[in-house]
Design a protein around this ligand. Structure first.
Ligand SMILES: Cc1ncc(COP(=O)(O)O)c(C=O)c1O
Length: 499
């Protein structure tokens, strides 16, 4: 039975996948909040008031078009704003399929295929990370997979710290946390998920100790051991070290073997935040960046970042997966009945959430469609395009200065006016520094308003800098050139106006 409204909405969505924007198409048709509210006035209005009426198909489709018109095209090759971009079309449609089947990955009885898929994928991912799992092959996977899919990297960090705390204090679940002050170590450029998790777990953000970093944002050698010693002397119990494999801004990789050595020496839980850089494991040329991850206790990997899975697709890998049940099982007998068939597969009794959305299907379909080689190609392409940007930034006469560069998918750089070239951050006058600092937000706002490109900026070494990162396999040299041209031109104009 066909329903014209459903078909029209589905066609609108499909069109975004089969005909993605490119080149000079706008990345965003920018509108202010007031303009956005007004944009819905021609169809259904944004507000849902009392006695909200039902609208007809034409109005609903018109409203959906308004949504599309004003949404950011994260699959545009000049969307370089975030460490996700360029959703894989197979994954997008795979996600629709999962939505159409609408179930929850909680019990085998309501999600039999997805339990097997999750276990298959987690085993393969754990194998890539070097965790002690059976080599993935043809047989049915183990009902206790080496981890779980969960709702994003921040949630996975929360899980990992709770697992670490449970290891320190096995009666944690029943009696609650003890009073002794704990310490969690993460590099100064690590993601804020560690601090938020510490606060939510009742450890307090004071428990989080920022470990010194090098100029490009990786944990400095020796700094972790020194920080652990200081915390020990202050009477804190060492809970966990969170090493980052791909920091958000510079994509720096902490030295995982060194971190693992310290974690082993002091008996500390080692968690690796590979939300961003974990996908380097797919590439023979880049997996060395994560050498040592196989020694960690837990590892989070966001496949919705570099791999283009739709938001969200996060794998939390756990070296000793039985810890999940020890920490999160409730044994609720109205859903995890001990006497039902295949109950040993029920993942819901190993997780904090009851039902989880199906994130496995899109990844499984994409992996089957592209194979290991296709996944590797996605990483290698991103680095090749970043290398091209590197070349342009270092060789151009446009006044770019590299501020941090770890040689992977990111380059952090500034535009420098002729009178300040070559840039020497140490000898900039306060007036010049502050004038230069105000440039990046203005250039970004201009690109955003015109829809020419979207690119992040953030302070690095005290100066607002641009972050060019490549995630989308459709980014070509022409896109990189165009984005850098815009930045150089707008920067020169804004600098002149700020005199
Ligand atoms: C290094 C790193 N860790 C953790 C996260 C948080 O992941 P999520 O947005 O899935 O919570 C991010 C997100 O950008 C990240 O870059």
């Amino acid at each position: 039975m066909s329903d014209p409204l459903i078909e029209r909405l589905a066609a609108l969505a499909l069109d975004l996948v089969v005909d993605p924007p490119s080149g000079d198409d706008p990345v965003v048709q920018f509108a202010t909040p007031t303009e956005l509210v007004a944009a819905f006035e021609d169809s259904v209005g944004l507000a849902i008031g009392d006695d909200a009426p039902a609208h007809g198909p034409d109005d609903i489709v018109a409203a959906a078009r308004t949504v599309v018109d004003h949404s950011v095209r994260t699959n545009h090759p000049r969307f370089m704003n975030q460490n996700f971009a360029g959703a894989d079309p197979v994954a997008v449609v795979g996600d629709w399929l999962a939505a159409a089947l609408n179930t929850a990955t909680a019990t085998f009885e309501i999600a039999p295929v997805f339990h097997l898929m999750e276990a298959t994928l987690l085993t393969k991912l754990a194998h890539l990370a070097g965790y002690p799992v059976a080599t993935p092959g043809g047989a049915a996977p183990d009902p206790l997979p080496p981890g779980l899919f969960c709702a994003g990297g921040s949630m996975a960090t929360l899980y990992a710290l709770q697992l670490a705390r449970h290891r320190l204090q096995p009666d944690l679940v029943t009696v609650g946390a003890g009073p002794e002050p704990l310490a969690v170590f993460v590099s100064a450029s690590g993601h804020y998920a560690t601090g938020k998790s510490a606060s939510l777990l009742g450890l307090g953000t004071d428990a989080v100790i920022a470990v010194e970093i090098d100029a490009d944002g990786a944990m400095a050698p020796g700094a972790l051991r020194a920080a652990v010693q200081v915390a020990l002397e202050a009477g804190r119990t060492q809970l966990a070290v969170v090493a980052t494999a791909g920091t958000t801004v510079t994509c720096a990789f902490d030295p995982l073997h060194e971190v693992a050595d310290v974690a082993a020496e002091y008996d500390i839980w080692m968690h690796v935040d590979g939300c961003y850089g974990g996908s380097a494991l797919f590439s023979a040329d880049h997996r060395h960046r994560l050498a040592g991850v196989e020694r960690s206790d837990s590892f989070v990997w966001n496949l919705h970042k570099m791999m283009g899975m739709t938001q969200q697709c996060t794998a939390l890998l756990v070296r000793q997966p039985e810890r999940l049940a020890a920490c999160f099982s409730t044994g609720a007998d109205y859903i995890f009945q001990p006497d039902k068939q295949f109950g040993e597969w029920d993942s819901g009794d190993r997780t904090f959430q009851c039902g989880r959305r199906v994130d496995a299907l899109k990844l499984w379909l994409a992996w089957k469609a592209h194979g290991d080689a296709g996944f590797a190609a996605r990483i290698d392409h991103a680095v090749a395009m970043a290398d091209f940007a590197r070349l342009l930034i270092s060789a151009s006469d446009d006044g770019f200065a590299t501020i941090a560069d770890t040689g992977f998918t990111n380059i952090v750089f500034a535009w420098v006016p002729p009178e300040l070239r070559p840039l020497d951050l140490g000898s900039l006058s306060e007036a010049d520094r502050s004038r230069l600092h105000r440039l990046a937000p203005r250039v970004k706002a201009r690109m955003q308003s015109e829809g020419t490109a979207l690119l992040g900026f953030q302070p690095v070494h005290g100066l607002n800098t641009f972050r060019l990162l490549v995630m989308n396999p459709t980014v070509g040299p022409h896109d990189v050139e165009a984005v850098l041209d815009h930045i150089a031109r707008y920067s020169a104009e804004e600098w002149a106006q700020s005199a």
